[in-house]
Design a protein around this ligand. Structure first.
Ligand SMILES: Nc1nc2c(c(=O)[nH]1)N[C@H]1C(S)=C(S)[C@@H](COP(=O)(O)OP(=O)(O)OC[C@H]3O[C@@H](n4cnc5c(N)ncnc54)[C@H](O)[C@@H]3O)O[C@H]1N2
Ligand code: MOO
Length: 421
């Protein structure tokens, strides 16, 4: 079964309705998923304003040859609105001179003005200074020079951000600018992480003979968090089906388990799952061949193999897309999707026959990067390639290089697909 077929099987077998919503303050919105389209409540910018510190003027007052002299009638600082004036010439002259207003960046351009001349193009003092009574301008400004118009970024009533967007700093600042102080986001999926294995020692403790540090719990819990979920239960379970069954929590949206799904004599997940109508498949991928899923009561369980790189790859291919659905995000771009980015192999490596390879790879920058204009170059992060046990090397990967099942060797220079990792 291919990874796509297996992912579809998970969707067919496990409930994955989009979760409910909650309101959060913008400052708490980082990484949360926007629940509804965000419609602008304000024009951005909200009013015509100056792009420069200088003088607001009327283009038509630049008659004949310069320089031109203006009477400065008021100061318009940011946050201040200048005096209303009728647009008749009488009000727009003083002492025989056309008028100008000293204006600061971001301040509203008076209705009567149609351009701003920056202070450097005048004889007025720069910086903190009293308002001059007169100003001399040497060059005629272009029509509408240095004016930023209301709504030129976005107009009120238009959709600024689509539902399903994961909110980053720029989206959150956009929300502030269009009139929001808080935002409706999807509830975080509560995820239980159960790592199985009698050999597991808590991180930081000296492992006894035959024991290894439990790295999968940390990996899965942080992957869950990074994908927008909340790892509410994180624990290890030794190698019996009874203990595993007893450890399945009831108040979560998803359970992810690692280990115990292959052919071993002590594979508790498989033993428990087979007794509870779970599905186990051999997926034609490397790493991550043995996979399982099922229901614990009505809670979906995705069981990934125990080898750490298999865990990370399985999460990327099956768990993250599942969370994406719970969060109402757009479909994740995965393995064989058309539109995957491509890179050239910067080294040669081997791939197992009959399984699509997902190789943790590093994108080369600096030397070798776009040397011949050919785009990204990817190299394995470890000389042992996509070995599923290479837990300590995979942190260096930027991407997974995807090598089709019928390819057994990648040569330097070959084109390969890449997906984010
Ligand atoms: N006879 C066969 N043996 C295996 C097959 C097979 O087809 N026939 N498949 C191999 C493949 S491929 C994989 S992948 C693994 C999957 O094994 P399990 O899911 O049953 O996982 P375990 O046996 O429990 O562990 C595998 C490996 O990963 C280490 N591990 C487990 N949990 C953790 C953890 N929390 N932190 C760090 N490392 C962990 C464990 O010590 C093992 O080395 O099966 C192959 N065998
Ligand atoms: O499918 Mo396994 O993860 O290659 O070792």
């Amino acid at each position: 079964m291919t990874p796509e077929e297996y992912r579809q099987l998970i969707y067919d077998n496990l409930p994955h309705a989009t979760l409910g919503t909650e309101a959060v303050a913008l400052a708490d919105g980082l990484g949360r998923t926007l629940a509804h389209d965000a419609i602008a409540k304000l024009d951005v910018p909200p009013f015509d304003n100056s792009a420069m510190d200088g003088f607001a003027v009327r283009g038509e007052d630049f008659r004949g040859e310069g320089p031109w002299e203006f009477a400065v009638v008021e100061d318009v600082a940011a946050g201040v609105v200048g005096q209303e004036r009728s647009l008749g010439d009488a009000e727009l002259r003083e002492g025989g001179l056309p008028i100008a207003a000293r204006i600061m960046t971001g301040a509203p351009v008076p209705k009567w003005a149609d351009a701003v001349v920056k202070v450097e193009d005048t004889d007025a003092p720069r910086g903190a200074s009293a308002m001059p009574r007169r100003v001399r301008i040497d060059a005629r400004p272009k029509p509408q020079a240095n004016v930023r118009f209301a709504g030129e970024d976005l107009t009120a009533g238009t959709r600024a951000i689509e539902a399903g967007t994961v909110l980053g700093p720029r989206a959150l600042s956009a929300l502030a600018s269009i009139g929001y102080g808080e935002v409706e986001v999807r509830r975080k999926p509560r995820v239980a992480v159960l790592s199985t294995g009698a050999e597991l020692t808590a991180p930081g403790k000296e492992p006894g003979p035959g024991m290894i540090p439990d790295s999968n719990s940390t990996l899965l819990a942080t992957l869950v968090r990074k994908a927008g979920g909340e790892p509410t239960v994180v624990r290890t379970v030794a190698d019996t089906a009874e203990e595993f069954g007893a450890a399945l929590p009831v108040d979560v949206d998803l359970i992810v388990t690692s280990g115990g799904v292959s052919m071993g004599a002590f594979d508790p997940v498989k033993e428990y799952g087979l007794a509870h109508d779970w599905t186990f498949e051999k997926v034609t991928m490397q790493p991550g061949k043995p996979q399982g899923h099922g229901l614990a009561g009505d809670i979906p369980v995705i069981a990934v193999p125990g080898n750490p790189v298999s865990v990370a790859v399985s999460f990327r291919l099956f768990v993250r897309p599942f969370l994406t659905r719970l969060l109402g995000q757009p479909e994740d771009l995965v393995d064989a999707a058309p539109g995957c980015a491509m890179a050239r192999a910067g080294a040669s490596w081997r791939s197992s026959a009959g399984r699509r390879q997902f190789l943790p790879g590093k994108l080369m920058t600096g030397a070798g990067w776009q040397e011949d204009g050919g785009g990204a170059v990817v190299v394995p992060v470890h000389e042992l390639g996509s070995g599923s046990h290479l837990v300590a090397a995979m942190h260096a990967a930027d991407v997974l290089a995807v090598v089709e099942a019928d390819v057994e060797a990648v040569a330097e220079g070959d084109a390969v697909k890449i997906i984010d990792f």
